[in-house]
Design a protein around this ligand. Sequence first.
Ligand SMILES: Cc1cc2nc3c(=O)[nH]c(=O)nc-3n(C[C@H](O)[C@H](O)[C@H](O)COP(=O)(O)OP(=O)(O)OC[C@H]3O[C@@H](n4cnc5c(N)ncnc54)[C@H](O)[C@@H]3O)c2cc1C
Length: 396
Amino acid sequence: MPDTTIQVENSVSNDEMITEVRDSVAKLCGDFQGEYWRKLDREQAYPTEFVKALTDAGFLGALIPEEYGGVGLGMVAASVILEEIHHQGCNAAACHAQMYTMGTVLRHGSPEQKQEYLPKIADGSLRLQAFGVTEPTSGTDTTSLRTVAVRDGDDFLINGQKIWTSRAEHSDLMLLLARTTPLNEVKKKTEGLSVFLLDMRKAKGNGLTIRPIRTMMNHSTTEVFFDNLRIPASNLIGEENRGFRYILSGMNAERILIAAECIGDAKWFTKKSTNYANDRNIFGRPIGQNQGIQFPIARAYAQMKAAELMVYHAARLYEAGKPIGEEANTAKLLAADASWAAAEACVQTHGGFGFAEEYDVERKFREARLYQVAPISTNLILSYLAEHVLGMPRSY
Ligand SMILES: Cc1cc2nc3c(=O)[nH]c(=O)nc-3n(C[C@H](O)[C@H](O)[C@H](O)COP(=O)(O)OP(=O)(O)OC[C@H]3O[C@@H](n4cnc5c(N)ncnc54)[C@H](O)[C@@H]3O)c2cc1C
């Protein structure tokens, strides 16, 4: 295993450091090429060795400040880490949440909670990569969620269900959003929700049940059931009933980072398309000589370049502590569209081989499709831009 440990002391990203980070990630990914991912995909298995390598190199603790044992990098560098993983044909979905879910604890946790959890998350001895928000009945309408947490002495009793709780089987902790004040007792639907840091190691078999969901790509996602699960009140993050606000601030970081993954995917697809278009000879000439092959690849490339500017613009604003709702959402929308355009062009360029497992194109194609739907669907971003940025009437 090459020494890829990052040793950078800066929370605002600069060019030299970014190059160093990018090169280190690319080197690490060199040990995890196509066959590694194909085998996992066939078995819907978890990339344990890959996640360990990223953890040991410090990449997953990139956003944790040095005082808590992390690397103390900024959002630009963190985005570069995830982008490069995807650019190299790997997939960070198995562990990207370890990087950013802790942001809610960092921003809103008590000093004791930060001291207890962040150093262990930074060194990987505690995995916080499960995020329990979405529910089967409420879906995108988060504030209608039905999971409740009711105060009982020094504890809360949790009842309800989550769905699409990714990585729950590969995480020690879950950041959980639950209703602590009934809907009919709050002025606004966004009030009365609270965030908890749930220790799943203690909870499993004591009121917490996790069931895996098989999906079109290898994603380790699950549904989770809470049946009178008792957790200490000390696991409440921030103030009771103000959890929705805390979750929203973390979602912007998530959108930027996942948009960066889409940029990496788009670059991978484009390289793969270009190489194949140059090498494949049909009718006595490379297929890439035909503009019918060139143009979709070139168009997707142009889309990616524009999206890339928006992703890193949003990341820089995040580092500067500016409001980024518009930029984070726009970045996610454009980057997901760019990666999907590049994926579509790549399959078409490969003809029949686009469907063959050994080329990796079909696997990456399935993986890229997710980002039109999660972590936020395209429609919901458009509706955010239309209503909150452009000032048109609310549709729901
Ligand atoms: C593989 C995977 C992993 C995931 N991981 C997690 C996770 O770790 N944690 C977590 O909490 N969630 C997770 N999710 C959930 C994900 O965030 C949701 O699937 C997504 O936000 C969409 O919600 P939904 O599936 O309930 O769709 P719904 O809300 O049922 O919507 C269905 C469709 O209708 C559209 N729609 C709904 N309302 C409107 C409207 N008003 N206007 C226009 N269109 C509308 C949506 O855009 C969508 O296309 C994951 C999902 C998947 C598939």
